[in-house]
Design a protein around this ligand. Structure first.
Ligand SMILES: NC(=O)C1=CN([C@@H]2O[C@H](COP(=O)(O)OP(=O)(O)OC[C@H]3O[C@@H](n4cnc5c(N)ncnc54)[C@H](OP(=O)(O)O)[C@@H]3O)[C@@H](O)[C@H]2O)C=CC1
Ligand SMILES: O=C(O)[C@@H]1CCC=N1
Length: 278
């Protein structure tokens, strides 16, 4: 499978790490990005081909992954438009796979001259180690083979969740797209608390990491629902009870729910603002 990435930043690098040499040889992956240093790093690490601007190799790809910031997506589609028109004239219809937050498939389609073979996705950075999860939705012009190709690409870096309605992708963005940052934030707080309680930075890191990975894996593997697992840690009148009572008093759960909703609202807002501007 020949895949072209438009944008070679953080998320593209995470996807390429999972794909190159696994789903497809690195030489079948082409990356376009204005930053020579990022391109050189990707070329050396994964054997991908690179370019500063989109050209022939992009037009020849079966899948075009749009991995630029939402704010430059309109400009990028205008650079891709002639390449897609040439591909169509040659009887080919490459799949356009967007990973951008907010940007709606209908706007991408309009910017690309009514192009219909679009899959909108929302991956996350644990893709870098093959542990990503991606929400996906296909436009009506996506063939069964293209849908399967999109699924294969994202399954090469973790799990996939197909959605029946594009509006739900803002929720996916808020939960799992941005989600790793919430987890890192919690780990940072645990590490800081460990140090304030007299443990070394190294000890705090080891304890926080092992607790997160262990608890997450237990939640995945256990037959018990998560609230039951929480109750099993919480002895009556004990330490966990003291901590959870403090969290409830500080409104931690409500704050997390509000934060995730703020992320979803921002995704929707980005789509509306940038869609109207383009
Ligand atoms: N980071 C994450 O965890 C996730 C990100 N996403 C989405 O992925 C997309 C990319 O995010 P992320 O990787 O974090 O962003 P980055 O800024 O790391 O990467 C985007 C890259 O695109 C480059 N670029 C800008 N203009 C062009 C152009 N015309 N042609 C080719 N490349 C260009 C940028 O260069 P320069 O910096 O010079 O502008 C940059 O290197 C976003 O739309 C985001 O919503 C989705 C899921 C998770
Ligand atoms: O923060 C962002 O907008 C992107 C989308 C999801 C994760 N990072």
């Amino acid at each position: 499978m020949k895949i072209a990435f438009i944008g070679g930043g953080n998320m593209a690098a995470a996807l390429i790490a999972g794909l190159a040499g696994k789903l497809t040889p690195g030489g079948n992956i082409h990356v376009v990005d204005p930053n020579p240093a990022s391109l050189e790093k990707l070329r050396q690490e994964y054997g991908v081909t690179v370019a500063g601007v989109a050209g022939e190799a992009v037009g020849a790809a079966e899948v075009l992954v749009l991995a630029v910031k939402p704010q430059v997506m309109h400009e990028v589609t205008q650079q891709l438009l002639p390449l897609l028109q040439a591909a169509r004239a040659a009887g080919r219809s490459p799949l356009v796979l967007s990973i951008a937050a907010g940007i709606r498939a209908q706007d991408l389609s309009r910017w690309l001259g009514g192009y219909q073979a679009i899959v909108r996705t929302m991956p996350n950075t644990p893709a870098l180690i093959g542990k990503g999860v991606t929400g996906m939705v296909a436009s009506s012009g996506v063939s069964t083979a293209q849908r399967e190709a999109a699924d294969q690409i994202l399954r090469a870096v973790g799990e996939t969740v197909w959605l029946d309605d594009e509006s739900k992708i803002d929720a996916v963005t808020a939960v799992s797209g941005s989600g790793p940052a919430y987890v890192f934030y919690f780990i940072e707080a645990m590490q800081q608390a460990a140090q304030e309680l007299g443990l070394t930075a190294e000890q705090g890191k080891q304890l926080a990491m092992a607790t997160f990975t262990g608890a997450a894996q237990l939640a995945v593997e256990s037959a018990d629902p998560v609230p039951v697992l929480r109750e099993k840690v919480t002895s009556k009148g004990g330490t966990t009870y003291a901590a959870l009572t403090s969290m409830e008093a500080s409104g931690v759960k409500a704050a997390i729910i509000a934060a995730v909703k703020a992320a979803a609202a921002r995704g929707k807002e980005l789509g509306e603002q940038l869609g109207a501007a383009g």
